[in-house]
Design a protein around this ligand. Sequence first.
Ligand code: ZN
Length: 130
Amino acid sequence: MTIGKFAAALTCMDGRPMQAIIDWAKKERGADFVDMITAAGMDKVLATKKPEQYKKMLRISIKHHRAKTVLIVGHQDCAGNPVKQEQHEKDIKKAKKVAEKWLKDFEAKIPVFGLYVEEKNGKWQVAKII
Ligand SMILES: [Zn+2]
């Protein structure tokens, strides 16, 4: 079975930004598939709590799917992290550090990108924050 190239996204459970994240990972990182590791307001969850369950899920994505990119995603109008874009960007930067620490624990040298997704002209679009 051809497995394909994976990226892993630590993102919100909100369905609206999903397609934009997948499209970005395909276009910018050559991914065929994106493993979605979700929580309500994931950027804040990672920045403040660093929960082990998501570390476990990321490990599966890296070890079993050989994910080559990790994405940390925050988005506009987030019910799980209802803050302004500036705070999302701060949370995304903190969350990126958490993910990088986890990758170090896995001995995986994989780039981590922080993305913010917002609706512009009726379309969800990705901006790379870091
Ligand atoms: Zn959200």
